[in-house]
Design a protein around this ligand. Sequence first.
Ligand SMILES: *Cc1c(COP(=O)(O)O)cnc(C)c1O
Length: 384
Amino acid sequence: MSRVNVMQPWLGKEEVAALTEVISSGWIAQGPQVASFEATFARVQQAEHAVAVSSCTTALHLALEVAGVRLGDEVVVPSFSFIATANAPTYVGARPVFADVDPVTGNLTAATVERALTERTRAVIAVDQGGVPVALDELRALCDPRGIVVIEDAACGAGSTYHGRPVGAGAEIAVWSFHPRKIVTTGEGGMVTTSRADWADRARRLREHSMSVSAADRHGSTLAPAEEYTEIGFNYRMTDLQAAVGIVQLRKLSEIIERRRELAEVYTKYINDIDGLRPVADPAWGTTNFQSYWVEVSDPYPLDRDGLLAHLASVDISARRGIMTAHRQPAYAHEGLGPGSLPVSEQLSDTTLILPLFHQMSVGEQSRVIAALISGSGEERWTT
Ligand SMILES: *Cc1c(COP(=O)(O)O)cnc(C)c1O
């Protein structure tokens, strides 16, 4: 019996061929492949502008920069997210202010955000947690009239939909991740998408030291034009090697989503019959890509979350604790937020686990996971 992993990227011969071609071309840094990846991503996600960067964390930084968030501002974020969401405001001198999430979706809502707003709030980072689309329209209805920018953190959201369109399509600005734990991967990588040409232009410059002439353009000319550095920028570039892999991955996106949703449907069918287990599901306003297929464990299931994790591990199934909470990490001890300050986030984080789900998952592997969930419930019929 071999281990069932929680996630596995789906990479193959086509990605290898794309990489070989880029290496043979002699140009491996940001260049034509990045431009082509951006154009493809913008088309697939129905975004007006797309700017590729080195990770979603750097995309978050640039999004806050172009949105004009500065020293002394406040940015409302969920604590219930990967820690990069909470860290990014500090990069521009702002302070993250934690808001609680909805107990069903795990996402911010207009009601939870409203309680966290102050005179100093300049932006909100709304996450499509685990791929579940956030109710963006309600957030924008709250924030737009107040001049607060809503940044959609769609790190996990490629292939999810909101009111029939890809997530992020209705955002003024959104950020994406291509880490191997996400839906499509470039090893490391990220993207900023935005409806605003001025923000896209500035993000494009900031990612490359705010040079007036891009490196690709300089190297493309024999007598390189003199460049200027218009403001203090960064090196947040993606490489053409990464982008070439990303282009192939995007071609597979709909197939990946279709397979993930098939596997999720099978899980849900069985889990709905197990008392005390509640699986993540599509919200009324969209569809999830099931980037994280999480299950909430409660009474009368005989094991608690950690007990179930240990039970799964005992049969070589690698599940994961649910989403973390940033406010309970040592890095945020200075905020002085004691237990119970974000009750729903804490509850979800402590009682959920993420089940294995990946494109190549076999029927046999999934049956093993389902059998272990059932045997953990004390029922005999599936124990083998
Ligand atoms: C993974 C993740 C990030 C960070 O993405 P990187 O590409 O690894 O920097 C940010 N926000 C959320 C919600 C994530 O899940």
